[in-house]
Design a protein around this ligand. Structure first.
Ligand code: E4P
Length: 222
């Protein structure tokens, strides 16, 4: 399973890229709103200079023609741009047309395995089931990921399953166990998942013991 960062914050993207574990980025209108006054195009182009992998940019049109206009514009910004459209009949219609034009799509706001099936049948490159938002309303969000993976594998559908709306480190592990191809993770959750108190304690102890050792040996290495 690959890890994408769910953010439009350039500092967060630079930091996660530095760790060597980052394969792509997802953005949405809410994340763009928090990104600090630059244009949509400027942010996506800047991300593309840092990350060599799919970068999702979201359309805001509700009709198919509007989505197509936005998608064609986004696709000119960088070859790694993947266009996000919603899980609606108009979205699936846009996916089909964009696939014919060679533009990759990420079908977002997916909350059921039926929606995931329809996105794949339309030719989506990525489907994004939203785990956390389903958990928020007392449903099992990860079950949609499990069902989608099972359906896609059983019917040889090549659409990638991206676990979205990830809220805590256990979601990452569960998405990987469910067979998701990608999890898109907010930076705060990535930091939490990266840390372990025993790693910090172990480093601390080793450094102290090394200090004692070098004091005893007078700094001799050989
Ligand atoms: C995915 O592409 C979305 O941007 C994101 O995962 C939504 O997460 P949220 O439910 O935390 O807003």
């Amino acid at each position: 399973m690959r890890i994408f960062l769910d953010t439009a914050d350039i500092d967060e993207i630079r930091e996660a890229a530095r760790w060597g574990i980052l394969s792509g980025i997802t953005t949405n209108p809410t994340l763009m709103m928090k990104s600090g006054g630059k244009s949509h195009e400027a942010v996506i182009r800047e991300i593309a200079e840092i990350v060599d992998g799919p970068i999702s940019a979201e359309t805001i049109s509700l009709d198919t023609e509007g989505m197509l206009v936005e998608a064609r514009r986004f696709a000119k910004w960088h070859p790694n741009v993947v266009v996000k459209v919603p899980s609606t009949p108009n979205g699936w219609a846009a996916v089909k047309r964009l696939k014919e034009e060679g533009i990759r799509t990420n079908v977002t706001l997916c909350f059921s395995a039926n929606q995931a099936l329809f996105a794949a049948l339309a030719g989506a490159y990525i489907i994004s089931p939203f785990v956390g938002r389903l958990d928020d309303i007392s449903e099992d969000g990860m079950q949609v990921v499990r069902d989608t993976v099972e359906i896609y594998r059983k019917h040889n559908l090549p659409t990638l399953v991206l676990a979205a709306s990830i809220r805590h480190p256990l979601h990452i592990i569960d998405a990987a166990k469910a067979g998701a191809d990608i999890a898109t993770v907010p930076f705060k959750v990535l930091e939490l998942a990266a840390k372990h108190p025993l790693t910090d304690k172990g480093i601390d102890n080793f450094l102290k013991d090394w200090q004692k050792f070098t004091e005893e040996t007078g700094g001799r290495q050989a």
